[in-house]
Every structure is written in structure tokens, then in C-alpha cells.
Design a protein around this ligand. Structure first.
Ligand SMILES: [Fe+2]
Ligand SMILES: [Fe+2]
Length: 292
């Protein structure tokens, strides 16, 4: 059995969503002064911030081009589990949070708060569905993948790591930083080649995109695939790899981001009441059984 010290070394965060607190400090909600501040949890907690920093240290050190290829070979065979989407959400919800169960939302609540805010703004149904399932790829954690290979900001591999990525100094420990095949502005890519030709760091975004790619409209797929690519959708650091379609589609990624980041409220959605609506929606777009 793995001892708990080793486990903490690989998985420093108590809750896999603690990195999102760091995101909210980096990109505070512009509407926050208007909202009831007391409804939102207090993010300033230095101990948690340290574990997030350690998480990024591991992430930046180990997400190499070869690592991503290895994970693709391993997971894109989809031979781990067959589940309906609803079963996958229930499965994801078994992720144990050993930090603050009173304050932290479970995964289903985060998904529903995101999708319900999208629905309340009158967006198309595929957008609501995208909000509802966007983090289901986090089931990777339940397949025993380390936190740094499931969550966190994503970024291209195979070319220079941008200084605009959070904690850029940690990339010094990444072997690709000293590999001249990969450490130039374009690396193995061509100018404006389009993101479909660019490998991203491995995590829940790419994994779920690959699972959903035959079922959802293109903007939904962009949202799923690039929602953690903050270096682009917030910092515009990789426009030199994007083509015209990517630029257009990223408008959807940007529209989605505030629903993901700023909808966390302690009022828990009424799952029972909402379930019939989501069951219909899932049926409209997805097959009964999905391979993970
Ligand atoms: Fe996510
Ligand atoms: Fe999310």
C-alpha cells in the first residue's frame, strides 16, 4: 500500500479543485463588487496556496511531449470503463474531498451551477449540456492518475513554454525546455498551423474532448478541449499557432470561462428537480453508453 507521505508528494492538493482558487486570484470576477461577497468563500489560505504551487511544480516538470504521447496511447483506447453520462457524473462525484466538506462543492454541484447559469442566460441547449459535462474528464483521478496529469492550466507541448503560463519558472525542470527540437517559438509546429495540429499538455480537457468529439457541435468541443488553456483564452500567448477558425471558436471558450470560474455559490442546486431536464438533454446528444 502506498504510504500517505508518498501520496501527498504526488498529489499535494487536498482537493483537486484547489487550483481553481488560484485561478480566481489570478483572474478575479469583475462582477464581484456587485455580488454579495459573503456568498463566496474566502480564497486566501496560504497553506492551500502552497499545495497549489507544489502541484504546478510537478505539472510543469513532468508534462513533456513524450509524456503526452504516452498518455494518449494509454487512455485513447477507451478501455477503462463503459458508463452512461449520468453514471460518469455519479462516479466523478465519488472523488473524496478531504479538505473542507462544508464549504467545498462536490463535482455534481459545480457542474450544475455552471450549466444552470448558462441556461439562465438563455444560451442554446448544447451550451448548457457543455457546462454540465465539461469536467467529467476528471474521472482520470479515479483511474489513479496524479493530480498534475488531470487538472491545472493546460498549454502546448512541442514548442517553447510561454512566460504567460502560471509559474513559468517551474518549466526549467522540464526536459523539453533544454531540447532544441521543442524549445523554440514554433518548435515542431508551423506558424498558424491550427490548434488541431498542436499537442496540449495532458489532462481532463483533452481526454473528454476525445470522448465527446463525435457527438457535440464544434463550439462545444472547443470549450471542452481548451477551457483550461488560460495562457491563450486569457493571455493570448499562442495566437501564432492558431488559424482563423481557432480565433473564431475561442470566442466561445471565452464566453464559457466566467460560467466555469464565477458560479460557485454555497446554495446547492436541487439535483432531484433538475435531473429530468438534464436526462432529456443528455439523451438528445449522447449515446446511452459512453466508453471511457
Ligand atoms: Fe475543468
Ligand atoms: Fe469546471
Amino acid at each position: 500500500m502506498e504510504n500517505s507521505t508518498n501520496k501527498n508528494k504526488t498529489n499535494p492538493m487536498q482537493n483537486i479543485d484547489d487550483w481553481e482558487d488560484n485561478l480566481m486570484e489570478r483572474y478575479p470576477d469583475p462582477e464581484l463588487p456587485k455580488k454579495e461577497k459573503s456568498e463566496f468563500r474566502n480564497y486566501v489560505d496560504s497553506e492551500r496556496q502552497d499545495t497549489v504551487r507544489e502541484f504546478y511544480r510537478l505539472n510543469h516538470q513532468f508534462q513533456t511531449y513524450d509524456f503526452v504521447c504516452k498518455k494518449e496511447d494509454e487512455f485513447l483506447q477507451f478501455n477503462r470503463k463503459e458508463m452512461s453520462l449520468w453514471d460518469a457524473v455519479d462516479f466523478l462525484n465519488t472523488l473524496v474531498d478531504d479538505s473542507d466538506p462544508d464549504i467545498d462543492l462536490d463535482q455534481l454541484q459545480h457542474l450544475l451551477q455552471t450549466s444552470e447559469a448558462i441556461r439562465a442566460d438563455g444560451h442554446p441547449d448544447w451550451f448548457v449540456l457543455t457546462g454540465f459535462l465539461h469536467d467529467v474528464g476528471k474521472v482520470l483521478c479515479l483511474f489513479d492518475e496524479p493530480q498534475w496529469a488531470v487538472v491545472g492550466d493546460t498549454f502546448p507541448v512541442g514548442c517553447k513554454f510561454s512566460d504567460k503560463i502560471v509559474y513559468p519558472d517551474f518549466f526549467e525542470a522540464n526536459p523539453d525546455s533544454s531540447n532544441e527540437k521543442y524549445n523554440t517559438k514554433y518548435g515542431i509546429y508551423q506558424p498558424n498551423c491550427g490548434l488541431e495540429h498542436v499537442k496540449m499538455s495532458w489532462g481532463h480537457d483533452e481526454y473528454l474532448y476525445q470522448i465527446m468529439k463525435d457527438y457535440l457541435p464544434e463550439p462545444a468541443l472547443y470549450i471542452i478541449r481548451y477551457h483550461s488553456f488560460y495562457a491563450q483564452h486569457r493571455e493570448n500567448a499562442y495566437a501564432h499557432l492558431m488559424n482563423k477558425k481557432d480565433i473564431e471558436m475561442f470566442e466561445w471558450v471565452k464566453t464559457f470561462n466566467p460560467y466555469d470560474l464565477y458560479t460557485k455559490a454555497p446554495i446547492k442546486p436541487d439535483v432531484k428537480k433538475l435531473k429530468p431536464y438534464y436526462e432529456e438533454l443528455v439523451k438528445k446528444y449522447l449515446p446511452e453508453i459512453i466508453k471511457f
